[in-house]
Design a protein around this ligand. Sequence first.
Ligand code: MCN
Length: 799
Amino acid sequence: MTTKLFGTRVQRVEDQRFLRGQGRYVDDIDAGPHTLHAAVLRSPHAHAKVLEVHVDDVLDLEGVHAVWTYEDLADLSAPMADPLPLLIPHPTLTHARTQYALANGEVNYVGEAIAFVVADDRYVAEDAVGRIRVDYEVLPPVVGIEAARSATALVHEDVPGNVGARMEQSNGDAPAAIAGAPHVLTLDLTVERSACQPMEGRGTVARWDRDIDRLTVWSSTQTSTGVRAAIAVKLGLDLGQVDVVTPDVGGGFGVKINHPWPEELLVPLAARLLGRPVKFVEDRREHFISSAHERGQVHHVEVGFDDDGRLLGLDVEFWHDHGAYTPYGLIVPIITSTQLLGPYKPGAYRVRFESLFTNTVMVTPYRGAGRPQGCFVMERTMDAIAAYLGKDRADVRALNFIQPDEFPYDQGLIFQDGRALEYDSGDYPASLEKLKALVGWEEFPAFKAEMAAQGRQVGIGLACYVEGTGVGPYEGAHVHIETTGKVKVATGLTTQGQGHATVFAQIAADVLGVPLADVQVVTGDTRRMPYAVGTFASRAAVMSGSAIHLAATRAREKVLRIAADALEASEDDLEITDGVVSVKGAPASSIALGTIAVLSNPLRYAFDEQSKMATQFSVGDPGKPPVAEDDEPGLEGKDFYSPERATFASGMHAVIVETDPLTAEIKILKYAVVHDCGHLINPMIVEGQIHGGVAQGVGGALYERMAYDESGQLLNASFMDFLMPYVTEVPTSIDIDHLETPSPLNPLGIKGAGEAGVIPSAAVFAAAISDAEGFSITSMPISPSELFALRRLHQEEPS
Ligand code: MCN
């Protein structure tokens, strides 16, 4: 192999297209003439009985082709009238609830779909929605964790206490360890509800081809195979009748994982029944009120520790607001409950949580998925211990780290994939040393004093985390070397901006010895790769990266078998350089990959040494079989990768902030990251992921929250009111250093990286602001006005 692309900062091959405005998103799909457009009537109430939906005069409106309510779905297609399926069941989820594609007699959050209209264009469809009248009986709403716990009203009549699930895990006897500890602290910590905001909303286009009874669906999704399966089941079709194509996706961040969404089913149903293509793309308000949220959790911590700050026992109880339905089961709180331990050995540990119904839009995992909350809990606890003992915050952390020689390290808990929570590798002490150097930890006290002398207030914080990445069950890849010598790589998972077309090409090009430009990557197209899981949980690099490596290796083995035969050489003596196989030390004895692809063709070609071309046998010439007896024709390799368990990436962030003594404005002076995702396929792309994650984390820490009023109305459901950081609010430069502790679990030693930037944000900002202000921040996000109010409180009652 002469190319060595793995590990290098290759420019993203997809960016030319995006920069030239040639991206192709769902709304750009032209599914054919006469495409119809859909709009949805959504509930204006957080909790109500739907007594009657009046649609009588809607069809009179010119250009309206269909208007459906729940009753119509039962008539149109029986499975469509069933509640939508639960994506991830869990035995402790005693009261699972999923919504109907259109509300069946009641609505449980503002934004729940009640009626679906299909019309000539979106304008007419929206007008038609405006004509629908609904008789409601408004019920008392349950908004927020406190209201859910008080249970003065119930979201679902048959769910006592609004508790969907209670779960407990432990390792050792935490209450006893805490009771016997020299020092005990308690903390109450809150993270508010928020949500991701991909630039492109959710969208679906569907076309039914009557001649071949086949549905083609274009979906802005993170899981094309999940969309396909849901459509097939709900529309009573065979899987083979449904193709799902994922074009460019303008961000997903978790919200576009299919569980499925009502419109993903209603649009294909309409296309099939009306015999015309149908399109739906949600608008921003719909994204706010009827897509998904996350993060909302309240935590109570008791921790026992010794004089040095060593953890002896940790007891965490928390309450998770999962909204009106539980399509994901308990995935978010389970992740919090296990991964809050981060890189530490907690002594004895107990975690308990209740997952609560509220009359708000449901929760699906949002980048980080429960880890930002867990990291906030653990890191505030570490800071509290350090403050109590008067010790350096970094030293207390280092004392509690799992050591490099202790891997694999079993935390004695069950991970979200149902397997033991076992960390595969890492070097946390080395990461901490790097981070301290990068941010200037030791020099900071002098800087702080210098700033104080100028009347300026600065603070520093650090936060550590681990992230279980690359979860199974599997991902596959198909590598095809064409007769042109170019390579096509297909993998079933989708891509939303992570640069997969580049990194996957890097892996395949290295194995096959071809230039990067000769590799084309296709993702998320069920026609090319019908079996796949999807892009979430920082799994693509590990899962599809490994599958592509395996599939390309298979293709390479076949290349070498055929080349050895053609060149009359031993396979061991061959090398592949720039798409040409040659005998080592005898470059004239060579054959191009494209020619090998021709030779693998069942029409039986032979290699002509002189012209270096494949020539076809003449009729009657028995020739030699072009491929070994057990080889299939064609120059392809296909394989699936299924990991033994998740691999644990890790990292640490530090931030220096300045808080204005007068206005309480919070400014970022320095942001540093040390990250370990095993072997880096493309350091530039990983750094881009970290930059994006940090920007999103700044939003979550300082600006973004879902502001519901008591009646369950979302008060900030637009970009006028929901604050996102602009480029002026995110750090202009982020200092990043990598550590590469390879994972022993996959062939390339990779760990995931896609969520890392966002996980420690709430924790690290809370730490730095606390350090600047001299009192502890226990609830995030925090705005200047809240900081201002806290200052007043602490001046009145100094802590
Ligand atoms: N990578 C690498 N070397 C490694 C690990 C990763 O070069 N050792 C590269 C990967 O090849 C990939 C990227 O870094 O190009 C992220 O890899 P990975 O950690 O496998 O994450 P996924 O590709 O599975 O992406 C999912 C992850 C998640 S869970 C969310 S949420 C998220 C994120 O990615 N959503 C995103 N990053 C996003 N970035 C964009 N632009 N848009 C989103 O919606």
